[in-house]
Ligand binder design. Structure first.
Ligand code: DQQ
Length: 675
């Protein structure tokens, strides 16, 4: 029987013990794991054998399928059922798609799966949760539906990696088995305590869909894989305070240490239309004191989800521990806006005495200014990596196709490739995001193109020898200087999303790269710069990605994304693009502006995916140099099953790994048998 006390914390009576459902009372504080000693081992093996048999039978049956059956001429007359909103969380379905279902075939759908982005083997995934580094392993937890490819039945998935690229998927770490989280084990964050132990705070959606905060901790801190988690017997540790709606209280941040030795953290909320970050102090993660101020709030921004709060150095690009403070430090406040499902951040100063954070520039405050990413990127979370002294950013990249297609392919959502995040010490007004350096270990063959010149209106194919579905592209562009100086075509206003995309011609742009393009350009995704010259001669740079001609399919979003990107005197226009099948991540000017796109071509797949350079400016020619690497695959191919369930060999492998790693726990402890 597990010890009901919290071993990571001083023993204390819970401040608040709500009355649980009758039938769950006896479960309080028990470990999730059902495995304990030898009788459990036997039952596990027996169950495993049955499972193996079942999977074998399923596998044999599936192997006769060559393609996924498609329903004839199905017209979507109704938008898909709303996901999330009724339970008091942001919309999780792609509500904008009411068009005719496209007839996706198996080849197109299997191409969409990625080679080096994090994704579970099947089913639905959303927010990153509690990322951390522990005893040699990067841990990644995430919102996961084990029962299907749409949002619902949310629990915590778990995977580990040595390099943030090659992941080993582990058993679920937390399931919805208590009255206080039976409607979902929602988003949470990890805090390392002074003695190196971990406190995990997460939001539970109760049996009445009230959002409460709960404490969990590793059952065995000696286990580097952190396989078992214990929910604190006194959960929930926090309920919505007076004045806060029962469905407006979620997603605790990582806690940071104040100078008085207390832990402090934030929880997202709103009051009417004002998005706010509530703030709490605690010494033991059991008793909490709400501060009588908020960390921050912005009128008109609606509910703040997945708040993140962390320090950045103003003088160097190394990351800082979440508790760092002092001179040469600014604090980043990020909120995920329930209203538009985008992640907004701002730089500012944190005043520890009052607990308030003040933006450097109130005109670009949280929710009304800068975004991490101008494409698909939400519910993000950072963690401090003490080994590489960097802050790493994870973000959920949802689907932009139809739910029907997700169900057919058996999975939905990706995580953005992990990025280091640091203050841009050159501009002082924005962050820099960049793929973690480990991505370079996936680079295979390289092709280089030097000083390629393109006159206005030209498109040039790039003869890539290794296919164009898995690439790392680094490119630099120069505009003809004399044309830039002498042009009298002024273009005061520009917006990527309100333009005609890459077909919107100006004197000095657009120019860039067509990724995932079919030979005849019937499908293409331009990633490009557009330079605006104002009457006073100043230049502004925009960085855009145009999905409008990316697919012949009728049931995918085809938006045009992008924003302004700071470009300093003398800098060339530079971009880096990671192409990984249906995800394209584009970084401009060293990561000052980032765009993540989801692309669902019907023709520009496999060997038909090509790369082109283009210059659609009307006046300026461009000169380009680029390096293109073929990227290796880090991911295990998906299961063919659309219903879920990992592949048989993987089940066996991980079952054995699981048994070996936990062998001591299966043995009779009285024999003192330990490794
Ligand atoms: N996702 C979780 C919530 C969070 C939302 C539920 C953001 O905790 O607010 O899956 O996507």
């Amino acid at each position: 029987m597990a010890d009901l006390r919290n071993p990571i914390l001083p023993v204390a009576d819970p401040a608040y013990i709500p009355i649980p459902d009758d039938d769950t009372t006896t479960n309080l504080g028990r470990r999730f794991s059902t495995r304990n000693y030898s009788n459990k081992l036997l039952s596990s093996l027996f169950t495993g054998l049955i499972l193996v048999g079942l999977l074998l039978a399923m596998g044999n049956k599936k192997s006769t399928h060559t393609s996924i059956p498609v329903e004839e001429d199905k017209i979507l007359t109704q938008p898909p059922m709303s996901r999330g909103k009724p339970l008091g969380v942001s919309e999780k379905s792609n509500q904008q798609l009411t068009m005719r279902d496209y007839e996706w075939n198996d080849m197109m759908l299997s191409w969409q799966r990625t080679a080096f982005h994090f994704q579970p083997k099947n089913n639905w995934m959303n927010d990153p949760n509690g990322p951390l580094f522990y005893k040699g392993w990067y841990h990644f937890f995430y919102q996961y539906n084990p029962n299907g490819a749409v949002w619902g039945d949310i629990v915590w998935g778990h995977a580990v990696s040595k390099d943030l690229i090659r992941w080993t998927h582990l058993p679920l770490s937390m399931i919805a088995d208590q009255w206080y989280d039976v409607n979902g084990v929602w988003t949470g964050s990890a805090t390392f305590l002074v003695d190196g132990k971990i406190a995990m705070l997460y939001t539970g959606s109760t049996n009445e869909s009230v959002q409460v905060q709960c404490l969990a901790y590793p059952a065995n801190h000696d286990d580097p894989l952190l396989l078992d988690w214990v929910k604190y017997s006194g959960n929930p540790v926090l309920v919505p305070p007076p004045g806060i709606g029962p469905k407006d209280f979620r997603d605790p941040t990582t806690a940071w240490m104040t100078s008085t030795g207390k832990w402090r953290f934030s929880i997202g909320s709103k009051i009417h239309r004002k998005g706010i970050a509530l703030i709490y102090d605690t010494q033991d993660f059991i008793h909490y004191e709400q501060l009588n101020v908020t960390l921050h709030g912005v009128q008109g921004t609606g509910m703040w989800e997945c708040v993140d709060f962390y320090p950045v150095s103003t003088t160097h690009s190394d990351g800082l521990d979440t508790s760092a403070n002092g001179p040469d430090v600014k604090h980043v406040l990020k909120a995920s806006l329930d209203d538009d499902r985008h992640d907004y951040y701002a730089l500012g100063n944190y005043q520890e005495e009052t607990g308030e954070w003040v933006p450097d520039n109130p005109e670009i405050d949280v929710g009304i200014g800068i975004r991490y990413d101008y494409g698909v990127f939400y519910a993000s979370k950072t963690f401090y990596d003490p080994i590489k002294k960097r802050r790493v950013l994870w973000g959920w990249v949802g689907e932009m196709d139809s739910e029907a297609a997700d169900v057919k392919k058996g999975w939905a959502s990706l995580q953005g490739f992990p990025r280091t995040v640091a203050m841009d010490t050159k501009t002082g007004i924005n962050l820099i995001q960049w793929p973690v350096e480990e991505v370079e270990s996936l680079r295979l063959r390289k092709q280089e193109f030097k000083d390629v010149e393109l006159k206005p209106g030209m498109v040039a194919p790039l003869d890539i020898q290794f296919g164009a579905s898995q690439l790392d592209i680094v490119a630099e562009f120069e505009l003809q200087k004399e044309v830039v100086l002498n042009s009298t075509t002024f273009d005061e206003e520009f917006s990527c999303s309100e333009s005609k995309g890459a077909a919107h011609r100006g004197a000095l742009g657009p120019f860039g790269i067509l990724v995932l393009s079919e030979e005849s350009l019937i499908e293409k995704t331009p990633v490009y710069f557009y330079i605006v010259k104002a009457k006073n001669g100043t230049l502004s740079t925009f960085f855009c990605a145009d999905q409008s001609r990316s697919s012949l399919a009728t049931d995918v979003n085809k938006l045009i994304y992008g924003s302004y990107v700071p470009t300093l005197e003398g800098e060339k226009y530079s971009m880096r693009i990671l192409v990984d099948h249906s995800i394209v991540e584009s970084f401009a000017q060293g990561g000052r502006t980032v765009i993540t796109s989801r692309i669902y071509p019907t023709k520009a797949i496999n060997e038909n995916a090509k790369l082109f350079l283009f210059n659609n400016a009307t006046e300026a020619g461009i000169k380009t140099s680029l390096q293109v690497w073929q990227m290796n695959s880090a991911n295990v191919p998906a299961s063919k099953s659309t219903k879920g369930g990992p592949k048989l060999d993987i089940v066996i492998f991980f079952s054995l790994l699981y048994l070996v790693l936990n062998f001591d726990q299966f043995c009779d402890k009285s024999l003192g048998f330990h490794f």
